[in-house]
Design a protein around this ligand. Sequence first.
Ligand SMILES: [Fe+2]
Length: 225
Amino acid sequence: HQYDANWKMLPENDTDGYHVGFTHQSFMRAIRSQYDSFVSDEKQIKGVIRDWGNGHTEIDFAGGYTQPLEWLGTGPDKVPDYVAAMEKSYGKERATELMRLGPPHACIWPNLFLAEMNIVIFQPLKVNQSVQWHTPMLLEGAPGLDFRLLRQSEGALGPASFLVADDASIAERAQQALEAGDPWCDLSRGLGREETDARGVRTSHMTDETSNRGFWQHYLHVMVG
Ligand SMILES: [Fe+2]
């Protein structure tokens, strides 16, 4: 997808947990998700946001998943071959836990996005133009799962999908506002409730802007030292 926006508008979106319930509202209405009651009760959201340092950021949705393969909108009974292979490799207990946790949703500084079962690359073209490349990851020997992964990739990231068209629109609008010198740019959500562990990793509520602060602080660091 080509965007009329600076490349930094893409990672700023991809590990931002706040916009999901609003920008992607039509998608959130169509599926069962942690965002269903977000506006009335943000405690419904059990996932967390994380700033790993060095510009690497993550939305960890796993805390909101109670069932294996919930992250894919399916269950073990729909993909028995995959479940059998996972249990053979990891044992039943660990396989069940891995299938509940799901894949990562993380940006690796500066331009790699592990978008669950898609590899995404941000490519700058001009100061106000960029491309987001998507490649779905499929698993050998799991055709039933691969079919679902491909449909999910099309539904989330394809040209007529639920997510990327929305994100392109807000990336381009943010670009226009920044070019116009709009001073209303606030990334302070959740500043007062972040927690930092012994490794320096910051974690906060999934809708907090901890990830964006981490991204921009590292950008400032590499640009000016
Ligand atoms: Fe988005």
